[in-house]
Design a protein around this ligand. Structure first.
Ligand SMILES: Cc1cc2nc3c(=O)[nH]c(=O)nc-3n(C[C@H](O)[C@H](O)[C@H](O)COP(=O)(O)OP(=O)(O)OC[C@H]3O[C@@H](n4cnc5c(N)ncnc54)[C@H](O)[C@@H]3O)c2cc1C
Length: 321
């Protein structure tokens, strides 16, 4: 049963029997929406994933800080996620608290003259891309068509093979494991190809992006050609997580998979895309174990044929290791 932060909400648990975390989740002033036993399939681009013990959409910094502090002191596993665009959640689900960033984290302000953009961790990357375009600010064109939130984008250093969002980060504010908020400059974070140096127990709550005044027509052309390329080369009509593997140095996973004749390979409802060999799609009713089986298959075949150990780009939640 979903519980909203509005008045007169149902109180699903008797506080006398609840754990401290459950007691917080049902407490009157807790500024969040709480969903017990929430199927994560509703919150992932894959449309796959068993239930989270709790999914909590925290609306304010206070609620986020309270929840994380209590989870830590009680030893309850927790994780902050964005739109689940890069997540494979186990069929068994996640035995802890999945946190998403709500109301107060969705703000986005852009100063046209300076190109300075302040965005909450829960704001959509697509909103930042569109706002920048409307304001005639260049620097985010590469991210057009990339689903997810600002927090998820920073954590993944989302982008293309050549450029990631980290190159535009002037500063980032994180809620750290000690419960303190820390503001780091962009160059104090290490950014790599689809990776960053944030630790798993840091929540990205806000960032400043440094964009620059640009030519609106040029921005539009770049974005249109990037979108057209996506439509041509990616299976956008089927649920996926984007690229499953990181491209190894000097090679393209899509090409390797194609050379090995693995395009179209199926396991249950999952399929190596016929369109792009680095996409594994949910072709209908796929379970996480089906996707895992295809990931293992591709890794094994590529290792056998080329001696290359493929690293995954997709993030796993609720799996053993
Ligand atoms: C069709 C499609 C196309 C895609 N194309 C691209 C592409 O071109 N380039 C690219 O880089 N990616 C691409 N992706 C992958 C995905 O969009 C990106 O990785 C995106 O940045 C993930 O954002 P998210 O908010 O959905 O994060 P999630 O998938 O929810 O989470 C990803 C990781 O970030 C962590 N995280 C999320 N939010 C926070 C936060 N606030 N604080 C701390 N940690 C956090 C999560 O715990 C998880 O480890 C694509 C995905 C799809 C489905």
């Amino acid at each position: 049963m979903a519980r909203s932060s509005g008045k007169g909400r149902p109180r699903p648990l008797g506080a006398a029997h609840a754990s401290p975390v459950e007691a917080l989740l049902v407490s009157e002033g807790f500024d969040a929406d709480v969903h017990p036993n929430e199927p994560m399939a509703r919150h992932t681009a894959y449309r796959i994933g068993g239930p989270a013990r709790f999914l909590v959409n925290a609306h304010s910094l206070g609620a986020l800080m309270q929840l994380v502090a209590l989870c830590r002191s009680e030893g309850v596993p927790w994780v902050v996620v964005g739109r689940g665009s890069n997540l494979l959640v186990a069929d068994e689900g996640y035995p802890g608290v999945v946190i998403t960033l709500g109301r107060d984290f969705r703000n986005l302000r852009l100063d046209r003259a300076s190109g300075w953009c302040v965005a909450g961790g829960g704001a959509l990357l697509a909103t930042a891309v569109q706002e920048a375009f409307r304001a005639g600010c260049a620097g985010l064109e590469f991210a057009v068509g990339t689903p997810g939130t600002i927090g998820g984008a920073l954590r993944m250093n989302a982008g293309t093979r050549e450029v990631g969002i980290g190159s535009r980060v002037a500063s980032v504010t994180v809620l750290g494991p000690d419960g303190a908020l820390t503001r780091r400059l962009g160059d104090e974070v290490s950014w790599g190809y689809r990776r960053s140096s944030f630790s798993p127990d840091e929540a990205i709550v806000e960032c400043e992006l440094a964009l620059e005044p640009g030519d609106a027509l040029a921005i539009q052309r770049t974005m249109e050609s990037a979108l057209a390329r996506r439509k041509r080369t990616q299976p956008l009509g089927q649920p996926s997580c984007g690229s499953v593997f990181r491209n190894p140095e000097g090679a393209s996973v899509g090409a390797l998979v194609e050379e090995l004749g693995l395009k179209g390979a199926r396991h249950g409802g999952a399929q190596v895309s016929e369109v792009h060999g680095n996409f594994i799609v949910n072709a209908g009713g796929a379970a996480a174990r089906d996707v895992r089986a295809l990931i293992d298959l591709v890794q094994t075949k590529v290792l056998e044929a080329y001696g290359i150990k493929l690293a995954t780009e997709v993030r796993f939640l609720g799996f053993e290791a």
